[in-house]
Design a protein around this ligand. Structure first.
Ligand SMILES: [Zn+2]
Length: 283
């Protein structure tokens, strides 16, 4: 078996980061493979309800960590809203992660490698975006990942000011659910090039904030929510949808009035907000 790359520090990068590494360990002891799959199906269905405006048709993809060795990821050609167990493919994580190293790969090479990484033969092939899922699921505290193209968020991400307007926070629950700031990522081709850019954006974020991001905003593309639980992926996605709508609405009245940094920091570290976050996420 190929050795796993260690793209991010596993511990010691600050108080919050260490706490998340611990919660990942506790989580690993709690959920078995079938439960992971069941929760991933439910999360995918929730994200895929078209009336929520998060994805349409075959847009978006999801994944969940089973162990250090394998994870489930959405297959190409399936829809989140109606996905069945065979639409979520179990793949070998170290094999997928190897693609992040080494030379650039063509689409056909990526497809062949993804096919080779499948744990068992199946009707569908893993999504072309499997590579960034593999990387994100190596981050301590990340067990579920949901990638969507919300109408509200895309309205911002497809604009000239996408980065500037999303740098600061506008209301407390945004900070409680989605963290101190999102990671930002410029447009990249899907596949390995995008996965490498995602890894770079997360590593830069960890250096800057001493914690991992809960959300990644991708220019002209969409949102990635990183959760310890499936419910957390849903709440981050739902709250970013709300944030984008509120942010857009503020432009009717002179633009956003951002919260002062001292309030943002205080909310992010207050113990009662930790309780509130647990309540919002229902666990
Ligand atoms: Zn996408």
């Amino acid at each position: 078996m190929a050795s796993m790359p260690s793209p991010v520090p596993r511990a010691g990068e600050g108080r919050i980061y260490r706490a998340e590494a611990r919660s990942n360990m506790a989580y690993d002891q709690r959920l078995g493979r079938e439960e992971v799959l069941q929760q991933l199906i439910e999360m995918s269905h929730w994200l895929g309800v078209e009336s929520r405006g998060l994805v349409i048709l075959g847009e978006g993809n999801t994944s969940a960590r089973v162990s250090d060795e394998t994870f489930f990821v959405k297959a190409s050609g399936t829809c989140l809203g109606t996905i069945a167990p065979e639409g979520l493919v179990e793949v070998n994580a170290p094999k997928v992660l190897q693609m992040l190293e080494g030379p650039e790969l063509t689409d056909d090479q990526i497809k062949a490698n993804l096919k080779d990484a499948m744990v068992s033969e199946g009707k569908y092939l893993p999504s072309i975006e499997t590579v960034f899922h593999a990387y994100l699921l190596t981050i301590p505290g990340v067990n579920f990942v949901g990638h969507t193209h919300p109408v509200s968020v895309l309205g911002i991400l497809c604009s000239h000011q996408w980065r500037e307007v999303t740098k600061e926070r506008i209301f407390p629950d945004e900070i409680v659910c989605c963290g101190i700031a999102p990671a930002h990522l410029e447009y990249h081709d899907p596949g390995v090039s995008l996965a490498r850019a995602v890894r770079q954006a997360v590593e830069d974020y960890i250096k800057q904030y001493q914690t991992r991001p809960k959300a990644i905003l991708m220019q002209n593309h969409g949102l990635i929510a990183l959760g310890t639980t499936a419910r957390e992926v849903e709440s981050i996605t739902q709250m970013w949808d709300k944030t984008a709508k509120v942010l857009t609405a503020t432009h009717a009245f002179g633009g956003p009035y951002y919260m002062a940094g001292k309030y943002v920091d205080r909310i992010y570290t207050r113990p009662d907000e930790e309780q509130r976050k647990k309540l919002i996420e229902g666990h």
